[in-house]
Design a binder for this molecule. Structure first.
Ligand code: ADP
Ligand code: MG
Length: 659
């Protein structure tokens, strides 16, 4: 029939399951026409609120059919019901149910956020409604700054925000003094005369007397349904056609496009998240702590690992990547290698003739006493050939290097490092002076620039002398400690290695030496650092996991704590996805903020470390920072998901009932 807006047929509602189920509504059949003003009256506990919640699509009947504007609601999805609540109904509750951390105007705007109403139009319309309800001066007041009557007027404005064709008021005056109650009733009557359908629940006959139609229910059944001829309503005066004093037309035009509406809902959810983070500062900080520490650990450790390996690699490349060291013994760390005397000068000469060899330098080393006048120091003398300086990229500060013929001809010349120059020749130029090495006076011909050589202690003194001189006069040995071979251009390290090994094996009759190329050192080191990084990353992942679980815990608590907020949002038309988005964004925002804080703190910590311990190698990489922030948002997503889903799946009516 034309004008039937709401049609309830044999509606039943039971609470509980099976034999313990209690039926609260026993087959209610009624229809309500557009523009009617209906009061549902009955004693406390008679089922009025239960009925009202079913009418408002907050709750579903256990059986029976309910049609809204000709559409059957029994098979509707939760989001379709949310759409009806959003666009059709406007709820007014006894306890106002405003969101306490939003101001009056923001509270009024909540339903329109979920329907994608444009932001600027939204604030304008909320302002207009509040003004009309006499709250123009209090738009930015928070609910706690408003009286009960004022809060109820804010909630009426909220009910009208999306049009509010059907206004559902459950004991709207129940918590108010008589005067404020009268004001609220006056507003509802006015709204009805402008065309809004008003359904009002009360236990008070004086309030019910404002309505033209009064339905009495007792113990879950309708006992009377009367029309009070003395009162008129929009339906009886024919004003129902123009439903809504604030014209629907302008409202429709203000809807923004769906993409924009989506973006807007998203940014609203972000703003809500920030607001709730700020209002729970301490909790937010503690929640973030796990993430902050985890991210800091990752960023710092990666920086340290990178710094260390950069350092080592640059050291190695300074020594040239195309060298092979040949050492006596069977392998690195062979305890007998000091006694193995297999490497001879003749080996060096044999290698010199090979096509894959660019140059060869022997190394014999000996720990000796350096003397000059009354200055004495222990240090190391290296017996080498002139090629050695080239192999290790050592540079002269002053003087000259010794020549190949000096190297093989037992000449008493030497090149000293910067440290030896400063400690053995304080205040004088060492070039042209004599230094007594063990017992042999040696002429200093050159001084090297200061340079760290890998794997050598910094403060030790080094003197470089011809290998022949060292072998005969200082260490009295006819074997070499090491042979350093520089590979000729055009030969690859592995090929050169293989030829070298087979040559020396043939000469010695067995493999009593081992080789080490800078390539293999580099490989070993990068392998070690990557193992190290992997290990530390595993620890970091675990700490991030723990941080994530912390976030999840807090979010779960937060959902429980804010059940009522969720209920209110659902009552005014939030979709499940809106609730889900809000909580997910909150979790992600917490985690990203934590992640950024962690990155920032580690950069600060890095600066401090570099200031006080300049030798600690730290190299922050942009990539690790980006990955850290992405990781923290992923943690937010993953660990925020369950709490967010729990929130979204709450039953609106149960959520509202919880305190
Ligand atoms: P009214 O609003 O008329 O005071 P209600 O509709 O709130 O009454 O409640 C009607 C009856 O349903 C009461 O007996 C109440 O105890 C019961 N009831 C309401 N909600 C629930 C619920 N969630 N679980 C079980 N019983 C409920
Ligand atoms: Mg009630």
């Amino acid at each position: 029939m034309e004008g039937e807006l709401l049609e309830l047929v044999d509606i039943r509602r039971s609470y509980g399951d099976g034999p313990s189920a209690v039926e609260v509504l026993h087959g209610i059949t009624l229809s309500i026409r557009r523009g009617e003003m209906v009061a549902i009256i009955g004693p406390s506990g008679s089922g009025k609120s239960t009925l009202m919640n079913i009418i408002g699509c907050l709750d579903r009947p256990t059986s029976g059919s309910y049609e809204v504007s000709g559409r059957d609601t029994s098979n509707m999805e939760p989001d379709e019901l949310a759409a009806l609540r959003r666009d059709f109904f406007g709820f007014i509750f006894q306890r106002y149910l405003l969101l306490s951390n939003l101001n009056a105007s923001e509270n009024v705007q909540v339903p329109s956020i979920y329907s994608g109403y444009r932001r600027d139009k939204r604030a304008e319309r909320a302002g207009m409604l509040l003004e009309r309800l006499g709250l123009g001066e209090r738009k930015s007041y928070s609910p706690s700054q408003l009286s009960g009557g004022q809060q109820q007027r804010v909630s009426i404005a909220r009910a009208l925000m999306n049009g509010g064709q059907i206004i559902l008021a459950d004991e709207p005056t129940g918590a108010l003094d008589t005067k404020s109650g009268e004001e609220v009733m006056k507003i509802l009557t006015e709204l009805n005369s402008e065309g809004h359908t008003v359904i009002l629940v009360t236990h008070d006959p004086r309030i019910a007397a404002h309505a033209r139609r009064v339905i009495t229910i007792r113990d879950g059944s309708v006992v009377s349904d009367k029309v009070n001829e003395e009162v008129s309503d929009a339906a009886s005066s024919g004003a129902a056609k123009s439903a809504g004093a604030i014209p629907d037309v302008s409202l429709k035009r203000a809807w923004s496009t769906s993409a924009r509406a989506y973006m807007d809902r998203f940014s609203e959810a972000g703003a809500m998240a920030l607001r709730s983070m700020v209002s729970n500062r301490m909790r937010t900080l503690l929640t973030m702590l796990g993430i902050i520490i985890g991210i800091m650990a990752v960023v710092m450790v990666v920086a340290l690992a990178r710094g260390a390996s950069d350092n080592i690699i640059s050291n190695i490349s300074s020594m040239g990547t195309n060298t092979i060291s040949v050492m006596p013994g069977e392998r690195m760390g062979d305890v007998r290698s000091g006694k193995v005397r297999s490497l001879k000068i003749s080996d060096m000469n044999a290698l010199r003739g090979q096509p894959f060899v660019d140059s060869v330098s022997p190394v014999v080393q000996s720990s000796v006493l350096f003397r000059r006048d009354n200055i004495e120091n222990t240090g190391t003398v290296y017996g080498i050939s002139a090629d050695y300086f080239r192999v290790y990229g050592m540079e002269l500060a002053r003087g000259r290097l010794f020549t190949q013929s000096e190297a093989s001809g037992n000449q008493q010349v030497c090149v000293i490092d910067a440290k030896t120059a400063s400690s053995m020749f304080p205040g004088v130029d060492p070039i042209g002076r004599k230094l007594i090495v063990k017992t042999t006076p040696m002429l200093v011909v050159g001084v090297l620039t200061e340079k760290d050589i890998m794997f050598r202690p910094r403060d030790a003194l080094y003197v470089y002398a011809p290998y022949s001189t060292v072998m005969h006069k200082m260490s009295n040995q006819d074997y070499l400690s090491t042979l350093i071979v520089r590979i000729a251009a055009g030969f690859s390290t592995p090929v050169a290695e293989a030829s070298l090994v087979s040559l020396l094996k043939a000469r010695h009759g067995r493999k009593d030496f081992f080789i080490q190329s800078s390539d293999t050192i580099m490989k070993t080191i990068s392998q070690t650092t990557s193992t190290f990084t992997l290990l530390i990353s595993a620890i970091a992942v675990i700490s991030l996991l723990v941080g994530g679980i912390g976030v999840m815990n807090i979010m779960l608590v937060s959902v429980t704590e804010r059940t009522r907020e969720i209920g209110i949002r659902m009552a005014v038309g939030a979709r499940q996805s809106d609730i889900m988005t809000q909580f997910l964004i909150e979790a992600v925002t917490v985690c990203i903020t934590g992640g950024l804080a962690g990155v920032l703190l580690s950069l600060v910590a890095g600066k401090v470390v570099m200031l006080f311990f300049p030798s600690v190698p730290l190299s922050f990489s942009a990539l690790s920072i980006i990955v850290a922030v992405l990781t923290s948002s992923a943690i937010g997503m993953v660990f925020g998901f369950m709490p967010a889903r729990n929130a979204a799946r709450l039953d609106p009516i149960e959520a509202l009932a919880r305190e």
